[in-house]
Structures are given as C-alpha cells and as structure tokens.
Write a protein of this length. Structure first.
Length: 326
C-alpha cells in the first residue's frame, strides 16, 4: 500500500477502505456501484446524518484512526437507537489531506465497521474527497421493525425520566487530555470510544416510552429538546444521578465538579427517555427525574439554561451542554 492517500489515488483509496467490507443481511447491493441497495422490511426507513471535523470533534494526536471510526459510527447509530429503531446500514463520506497516511484511512474504516457489526449494521458505501483537514460525514439507516418511532415530543406531566448508559465519562476524558495527561485510561478511552447501549432504544420503544433522545450534547441540553418538543418542564433529581467514584477522583485532581460533568458533558451517547409512571423498567434504566406541567415553573425562574429543565426544582445556572454556535 502507498504511504499516502495521494499516492494511492481516489479509487485506490476507496478499494483499500472497502475491501474488507462484508455486507450483512438486508444489503441487496453493497459498495462498488453508483449507489447501494438495502432492504426496508418495515416499509419505512429511519435516517440520520452527523459530521465530525478534525480539531473540533477529534484530534489525531489524542485518538487513533480506529477510535475516530468508532466514534463517528457511534454518534449516528445512537441517533437511530434513540428513535426506537435498529441500525441497518451506514454510508461514510471522508475528506482527507493528500499527505494523510493511507493506513490512517483504512484503520478509520475498520473502526467504523467494528462499531457497526455487533448491532448487525453494514457499511454500504460513501465517498472520499480532498480536504485541508480530516472531515467525516456518516449517514445511518435504521428499521423500526413494525413499531412506532419514539420522538422527542411525547412526554407528558407525571411521566418519569429514566437514563440508560453512562454520563460524564467522555467529558472527564476530554478534561484529562486537555491537561496533557493520558491517564486515567478509563476516562480517556471513554472520550475516544463511546459505550452506547444500542439495544436499549428498541427496548424503550417496546416499553412504550413517551419520548426519547440520545445524550450527545449534555443531559440538560438534550432533555431540553424533549421538554421543548413536548411543551413540558423536566425536573432532574441530582441525588438520583449517579456520579461514579472514578469521576469523583478525576474531578478532585482537576479541581472540578463531577456532577457538572454528568449533567452537561457530551459524547457519551447514553439514552434518556420518559415513561408513564406505572412502567416496569428494567434494572439498567435509572429514574433520574420527573416530567412536570409547563405551568409548574417556579416563580422567578427561567427553567434553567436548558430552556425548560430544572435541577432539584430550581434553575441550573452553570450551563446546559454543547452548542456549536455558542
């Protein structure tokens, strides 16, 4: 293999990146033609797209190429799961500088495939172009298997708010890396590769979740999306939100508040959903709050930085999460 993508050329690079593809069930025509063909047994297709930019979403001196591939796939697969759907296929657009080592692009694609394969999802195509820095665009498809999509707009007063997955770990890893450290390894790896409970999305749909969202920008920010879409308030109980000892130790060393990381940190891609209060939730779903009527906003409160989200009955004034334009 040539040392750089320029030496390999566009079509040589595409061949190198796709040669290890093994289209799964449901892929009727995989990479190599003008477009792929996938089955849609449900008759509906769930679609999402996400962009990752070098230096903004990842750094090559912090993350290996495979890590970036895992992260790029995970962010999209989590969105599919948050609709209550099962991921089926992804396409990958990749912009790269001509002097980028060709091995980096191949390892990146291996990371995408490795994240997709355990959930039965296939890489079915994409494109590569020349760019000044590495740019990644992933589009994911999903199937609802006959169920209704779980949107952000169905939460009702009296519902409980429940979380599946972990929060604050990726933020802790980011803070550690920003200080020039590479340990503790657990939080650094969390920043590099999210651990997403993909199957919890369809599970929540079967349990008749009223609303759901993946936590990519911060718990309060993403709960704010549910609250706005549902025209409700959400009150998070800080005593019910788990703050693991590992995060407390890292935060103590950095002089930070670990609860703030859990409430506002992004990139863990946990799933948060609202359920009718009588729903028997599996053990991995942790109730962390309640949905309130929009008229229950405390006097003099603006419902917090997330818009309509309270923490312990009051506005949270330390920020809500990530916003690309703020």
């Amino acid at each position: 293999m040539s040392d750089s993508v320029a030496g390999l050329g566009e079509f040589g690079l595409i061949e190198a990146m796709t040669r290890r593809s093994s289209p799964g069930e449901g892929v009727l025509l995989g990479p190599g033609d003008d477009a792929a063909v996938t089955a849609a047994p449900d008759g509906r297709v769930v679609v999402t797209t996400d962009l990752l930019l070098e230096q903004q979403h990842f750094r090559r001196d912090w993350s290996a190429a495979g890590d970036v591939g895992h992260k790029a796939a995970a962010q999209n697969l989590a969105d599919i799961a948050a609709m209550g759907a099962r991921p089926t296929a992804v396409t990958v657009g990749l912009g790269v500088p001509p002097d980028l080592p060709a091995a980096w692009a191949v390892e990146f694609m291996d990371g995408v495939r490795a994240e997709c394969e355990p959930v039965g999802c296939s890489v079915v195509g994409g494109d590569v172009v020349r760019a000044d820095t590495v740019v990644v665009a992933v589009t994911a498809l999903g199937d609802l298997d006959g169920g209704a999509p779980v949107t952000r707009g169905g939460a009702r007063a009296g519902d409980v708010v429940a979380l599946c997955g972990r929060l604050g770990w990726a933020e802790a890893g980011y803070r550690v890396l920003s200080r020039g450290f590479r340990t503790p390894r657990a939080v650094v790896e969390a920043h590099r590769r999210p651990q997403v409970p993909y199957d919890a999305g369809p599970e929540a749909a079967r349990l008749r979740a009223s609303a759901m969202c993946d936590v990519s920008d911060g718990l309060l920010a993403d709960l704010g999306h549910i609250a706005d879409a549902s025209d409700v308030l959400i009150d998070v109980d800080p005593a019910a939100v788990e703050v693991p000892d590992q995060l407390r130790e890292v935060a103590g060393a950095l002089g930070a508040d670990p609860l703030h990381w859990v409430l506002t940190g992004g990139d863990d891609n946990a799933l948060v959903a609202t359920f009718p209060p009588e729903t028997p939730l599996p053990q991995r779903w942790h109730v962390i709050g309640v949905v309130l009527d929009a008229g229950e906003q405390p006097a003099g409160d603006d419902a917090g930085a997330a818009g309509r989200v309270l923490v312990g009955g009051a506005a949270y004034t330390e920020g809500a999460g990530h916003d690309h334009f703020r």
